[in-house]
Design a protein around this ligand. Structure first.
Ligand SMILES: Nc1ncnc2c1ncn2[C@@H]1O[C@H](COP(=O)(O)OP(=O)(O)OP(=O)(O)O)[C@@H](O)[C@H]1O
Ligand SMILES: [Mg+2]
Length: 255
């Protein structure tokens, strides 16, 4: 830990990003504490995935800064960025598996690319992480042979294989049945407890949010409109927050 360590794992300052003339992020400010599970909610198309891609350095902001453990990643070169990427993992919204590789090869990809692990070691990490996401023994299947929800879990196993300090989850429970959603929520909670992992979770799933979140932020119109504990969010008087939660409650009643 550095001298200036203040317990903030991710600090986002004045983040602005315009894509095809669309002001997607319009001055986002956020502080995410080390070892907290921080949930980001917001309407579809509001920039949640774009925000996560900035945190992992896949997108560069037009303006603003992102500091991870005090280091500004928006000013880093490729070499420095490679070190950051070892510490920050991401489960992509569409799982982003390579279709020509088996499930096991996909999970072990980061380890084989790093070149620091023997074949046996990779195999054992792959087995362990697949078991963790409920896919024990599925390493020889091809992505085309598994369901969307299983792909998502393979993506999670791949992110876990690198044992990151920070894990970004883009809609981890979307498309999963309630039991599997609960399993993923339990996994997020247990990784925080066991590994002190900092998690940033983008989700539409309010049940999941209430189960896992230490704090919740809502992104709307390119800005963070509110940050608080799950209870504070539930009781928020902010109209956009109320609207978002109300729709979810309606949906829950219908289903
Ligand atoms: N690479 C890109 N090039 C141009 N526009 C983009 C790109 N990526 C995202 N956008 C635009 O940015 C906006 C925000 O997209 P984003 O994927 O972050 O939404 P989201 O909040 O994650 O939505 P959802 O809940 O549906 O996943 C959208 O209008 C989208 O079309
Ligand atoms: Mg998205």
């Amino acid at each position: 830990m550095s001298e200036k360590d203040d317990g903030i794992e991710i600090r986002i300052e004045g983040l602005v990003k315009t894509l095809r003339g669309n002001h997607v992020l319009d001055g986002v400010n956020l502080e995410i504490k080390r070892a907290e599970t921080f949930v980001i909610i917001g309407r579809s198309g509001t920039g949640k995935s774009v925000l996560l891609k900035h945190i992992i350095g896949l997108m560069q902001p037009d303006k603003g800064h992102i500091l991870i453990a005090g280091e500004d990643i928006t000013r880093m070169n490729e070499e420095e960025m490679r070190h950051v990427r070892k510490r920050v993992g991401m489960l992509f919204q569409g799982a982003a598996l390579l279709n020509s590789l088996t499930v096991g090869q996909n999970v072990g990809l980061g380890l084989t690319e790093g070149g620091h692990h023997g074949e046996k070691e990779v195999e054992s990490v792959v087995k362990e992480k697949l078991a963790l996401v409920g896919l024990d023994g599925k390493q020889d299947l091809m992505p085309a042979e598994i369901s969307g929800g299983m792909k998502k879990r393979v993506g999670l196993a791949r992110a876990l294989a690198l044992e990151p300090e920070v894990l970004l989850y883009d809609e981890p429970t979307a498309g999963l049945d309630p039991v599997m959603s609960q399993n993923i929520d339990d996994l997020i909670v247990s990784m925080k407890k066991q590994l002190n992992m900092t998690s940033v979770v983008v989700t539409h799933d309010m049940i999941s949010t209430l189960t896992i979140a230490d704090r919740v932020a809502m992104l709307d119109d390119g800005k963070i409109v509110t940050v608080g504990t799950p209870r504070e969010i539930e009781n928020s008087s902010e109209p956009v927050v109320r609207e978002f939660i109300k729709r979810d409650a309606n949906w829950r009643r219908k289903s």
